[in-house]
Design a protein around this ligand. Structure first.
Ligand code: ADE
Ligand code: ZN
Length: 245
């Protein structure tokens, strides 16, 4: 996701955790270069190009062979991928609950794991090297950007706080109980199945407009909600429950 997607996921997660966890998150964020958890969750994208954090660049995604609709742990290369990165950052944070970098990587990667094209195919860099148009032939973009940012801004999530709050308020107790089930690999495979579907519809040079955006709106919104519920669940476990004894 781009800034607004990560901000949404982290803002919702913050509202879902206990007050104790909120306080721990606040002190972790205070040690980071950001002042709010929502904006701090985009930090891994700000540093992935810097020498010090170059190792983390391949940890934003995982790719599967073209035509597959499931990933396995074998798809994760030696240098790591989003699946191994999530496991590593969970371990780091469990070992040191003041490790703000581990927190921000974990929160960021849980968001990206739910953006279908971050569980995708290497031959076009997860849709970064596709050519599509968004609403007009004056707006060339690519499938990855459509899912990271274009659709979210079209749907009004960039700066509409009421819209963002609605996504949180729509969550039900059933949603929360159901989405906490499964493993990180299961969550990745929900994205993998969506990615397969997205490529079934993809034609080079296609025009993406209302038909496409309205078709995928409920799915995109549910992915944001699922990411938030699952991030909240993991943070509660890592920061509070395990440290309670
Ligand atoms: N580079 C290669 N594959 C990618 C993906 N799925 N997402 C983002 N960047 C990538
Ligand atoms: Zn992305």
């Amino acid at each position: 996701f781009g800034r607004s997607g990560h901000g949404l996921v982290c803002d919702m997660a913050l509202q879902l955790v206990s007050v104790t966890t909120q306080q721990q998150l606040a002190s972790l964020v205070a040690a980071s270069p950001h002042t709010e958890f929502a904006s701090a969750c985009a930090w891994p994208d700000e540093v992935r190009g810097q020498d010090e954090f170059r190792w983390s660049a391949p940890h934003h995604y995982v790719n599967m062979p073209r035509g597959e609709k499931q990933v396995t742990i074998e798809d994760c290369p030696e240098r790591g991928c989003i699946l191994s990165a999530i496991a590593d950052m969970q371990q780091r944070l469990a070992a040191d609950k003041h490790d703000w970098q581990a927190l921000l990587f974990l929160a960021h990667h849980i968001g990206d794991l739910h953006q279908p094209l971050h569980v995708s195919y290497a031959d076009d860099l997860g849709g970064n090297r596709t050519a599509v148009y968004f609403y007009s032939h004056e707006m060339p973009t690519n499938l990855h950007g459509v899912w990271d940012t274009n659709m979210l801004s079209k749907l009004g999530y960039d700066d509409d706080y009421v819209k963002q709050e609605a996504l949180f308020l729509q969550l039900t107790a059933d949603n929360i109980a159901n989405w906490q089930q499964g493993t990180v690999l299961d969550w990745a495979n929900e994205s993998a199945a969506l990615t397969y579907d997205i490529y079934q519809q993809y034609r080079p040079g296609m025009l993406i407009d209302d038909t496409y955006v309205l078709q995928y709106q409920p799915i995109l919104e549910q992915r944001l909600q699922q990411a938030a519920v699952r991030l909240a669940f993991l943070l509660e476990q890592l920061l509070t429950i395990e440290n309670a004894e």
